[in-house]
Design a protein around this ligand. Structure first.
Ligand SMILES: *[C@@H]1O[C@H](CO)[C@@H](O)[C@H](O)[C@H]1NC(C)=O
Ligand SMILES: *[C@@H]1O[C@H](CO)[C@@H](O)[C@H](O)[C@H]1NC(C)=O
Ligand SMILES: *[C@@H]1O[C@H](CO)[C@@H](O)[C@H](O)[C@H]1NC(C)=O
Ligand SMILES: *[C@@H]1O[C@H](CO)[C@@H](O)[C@H](O)[C@H]1NC(C)=O
Ligand SMILES: *[C@@H]1O[C@H](CO)[C@@H](O)[C@H](O)[C@H]1NC(C)=O
Length: 582
């Protein structure tokens, strides 16, 4: 076909799609970008290996509607310096485009200012030696959602093509360190949805190839429904062989759901069963795509939502398992979880160091913590918990040494070494912190909260911290109220001595049955009747929050309900009850 101008091509392309044939790339040949830069070809396997481990600039250019609209200010180059210093090799740059279109069908013009901003941020990333993946992000739940009954799929394909043609044109001459990902977590629950997505992967490839420049050689990370490993395994089909782009598959992994999202009181992780499930998940994706480079483009265990020792064990095991199945990983960081971009500080330096060592294959010593589903309390060797107004005694904590030996224990703040024998002793893989030493930290006048950290160094792998934390159970200003007549979130005033967050919240109706998710009665004592963080309960500096959906559930049940708000450490008695009466 002979070259025609863009607007005309759109009309023809629509016909091409209606007939279910691939987009006619040559139509747009007159608009192909040409580049004066050089491009060093890279295979998809080398690309994903080179960007491992990677970090997501989360909640930033993907914010709805604009960069800066969520919890992060516009990204600055210095943030990528911090990421580089932390040892990451690649950056995934999620970008939401939905609110940056300046025209409708058929051109779907993207604001050139936004295209320039994305291009500039890509340069900030690659100028620091990172590999990068640029995508189309929350558009997936907006105009891109072809699973809606009312969706005009033809128009979605048209818009997707036009968007990627413009991104491809703008970024056409970026080097081979820049890869593209067609769409973040595209919806899809059926084989038909999966088939449409396979088509859209091809539409994306056609668009970037039509845009010219180096795009025909550029690495792409293609996706299956939800960027979910199982659905990708079920429905993903290889792209049309006419495209020569090196390609990998990207999928996301936030599992097990209950641990990662703090649902149903699942504050523990690391049993043999937990590990087997994770291994099976990653092995299955690898098993379905034995010869295709794989990258887990999002994963995390957030310090906000997970218990510390469980999180450290999860980081270690997840990263080693990904490596075992030759799968690269990119940590999701929403800006509130890992790097504090304002202060340049990592909120969980131990997790970061566990990651660095796990990626290298160096064994880490790890804290032990409860994994037994039938337990009635939860221990954690990430803490030396001390209850206010109780005697200071020796504290013995178990660790998993994983072939390492303990080299030293130091006060984190001063670096002063503890004396083996008098300050601590070792028995097998247990470390006993002696009461005379602990009494130098836990003095009669010591406040509540974290009083000191101890740095545990081993013969290899990450240093661990043991946080000496004095606690007392937080108090509620009042312990009951009548169920409000109107439906909105309920803020229950609380004072937070020491612990500043709940571990979980259990909701029991006056007849003894559970308010939500009654099936949790079949779980262990630490999980029965517990609700889900964020969607059902939350907290802030002054209160524990029950979501309006929970109040609606009380109203629907017609029964007074007691909310048992539990704190860390999860030991009997470290909780307060609040009752909503109807
Ligand atoms: C669907 O989208 C196409 C392409 O934009 C458009 O031509 C067509 O009129 C749309 N159909 C409906 C029913 O809106
Ligand atoms: C492919 O994925 C499916 C779905 O997760 C899984 O049941 C199956 O075992 C996988 N196949 C292989 C060979 O791993
Ligand atoms: C380690 O401590 C646990 C209790 O946390 C105890 O059951 C075990 O016997 C101890 N092992 C050694 C070698 O001291
Ligand atoms: C101990 O470390 C934790 C986690 O890094 C931190 O939140 C806490 O403030 C530290 N405690 C002290 C006394 O510095
Ligand atoms: C708090 O409520 C739970 C569940 O109803 C109950 O088992 C527990 O005994 C209560 N605790 C106190 C201190 O009343």
């Amino acid at each position: 076909m002979k070259p025609v101008f863009f607007g005309v091509a759109a009309t023809l392309l629509q016909g091409a799609l209606a007939a279910n044939i691939p987009w006619a790339g040559s139509l747009l040949a007159t608009h192909r970008a040409t580049c004066s830069e050089t491009f060093t070809s890279i295979s998809a396997a080398d690309f994903v290996a080179a960007m491992n481990p990677g970090w997501n600039v989360g909640n930033t250019l993907d914010a709805v509607e604009d960069e800066g609209d969520w919890n992060n200010p516009p990204v600055i180059g210095g943030t990528f310096d911090d990421i580089k210093a932390a040892g990451f090799k690649g950056i995934r740059l999620p970008v939401t485009w939905a609110y940056h279109f300046t025209s409708q069908s058929p051109d779907w013009t993207v604001d050139p200012v936004w295209l320039q901003r994305v291009s500039d941020v890509v340069d900030m990333i690659t100028s620091r030696g990172f590999y990068a993946i640029v995508n189309v992000h929350h558009d997936s739940w907006n105009w891109f959602d072809y699973t809606q009954p009312s969706a005009n799929v033809t128009q979605i394909e048209e818009r997707f093509y036009k968007l990627w043609y413009q991104i491809g044109t703008k970024l056409a001459c970026k080097g081979s360190q820049v890869a593209f990902e067609p769409i973040n977590e595209p919806p899809g629950t059926t084989a038909e949805h999966g088939a449409e997505l396979n088509k859209l992967n091809n539409v994306f490839l056609q668009a970037i190839n039509d845009a010219g420049g180096f795009n025909a050689q550029r690495v792409v990370t293609l996706v299956g429904s939800g960027e979910d490993g199982i659905k990708t395994s079920q429905w993903f089909k290889k792209p049309d062989s006419k495209f020569k782009n090196p390609w990998a598959i990207q999928y996301h992994y936030y599992s097990p759901y209950d641990f990662i999202f703090s649902a149903w009181g699942k504050t523990t992780w690391g049993s043999a069963e937990d590990k087997a499930l994770l291994d099976t998940d990653l092995a299955s994706v690898r098993g379905n795509f034995t010869d295709i480079p794989l990258i887990i483009g999002e994963w995390a265990a957030s310090p906000v939502a997970t218990e510390t020792a469980a999180r450290w064990k999860y980081f270690d095991f997840f990263l080693r398992t990904a490596a075992k199945y030759n799968t690269a990983t990119i940590l999701w960081d929403n800006g509130a979880d890992f790097l504090n971009r304002a202060t340049h500080q990592w909120r969980d330096t131990v997790a970061l160091n566990i990651m660095k060592n796990a990626v290298k294959g160096t064994p880490n010593a790890l804290p032990e913590s409860t994994t037994d589903g039938s337990a009635t309390s939860q221990s954690s060797s990430a803490y030396i918990y001390h209850k206010l107004n109780t005697a200071v005694t020796d504290v013995s904590l178990p660790f998993q040494l994983n072939g390492n030996t303990l080299q030293s224990i130091r006060l984190t703040s001063t670096g002063k070494a503890l004396a083996k024998g008098s300050d601590y002793s070792i028995s097998g893989s247990n470390i006993t912190f002696k009461s005379p030493f602990l009494s130098t930290i836990l003095t009669p006048g010591s406040p509540i909260g974290s009083l000191a950290n101890l740095t545990l160094s081993f013969s290899a792998g990450a240093d661990l911290l043991a946080n000496v934390l004095q606690y007392t159970t937080p108090t509620l200003r009042s312990t009951s109220s009548a169920l409000p007549a109107t439906s909105s979130d309920l803020h229950i005033p609380i004072t937070w001595p020491g612990a500043n967050r709940p571990a979980t919240v259990k909701a029991t109706k006056s007849d003894g049955t559970y308010l939500v998710d009654d099936w949790t009665q079949w779980l262990g004592p630490l999980q029965q009747g517990r609700m889900t963080y964020s969607g059902q309960w939350d907290w802030d500096g002054e209160s524990v929050i029950l979501r309006s959906t929970v109040l609606d559930a009380v109203r629907a049940s017609g029964k007074s309900t007691t909310f048992m708000i539990e704190f860390y450490p999860r030991v009997p008695g470290n909780s307060v009850n609040y009752t909503l009466t109807v």
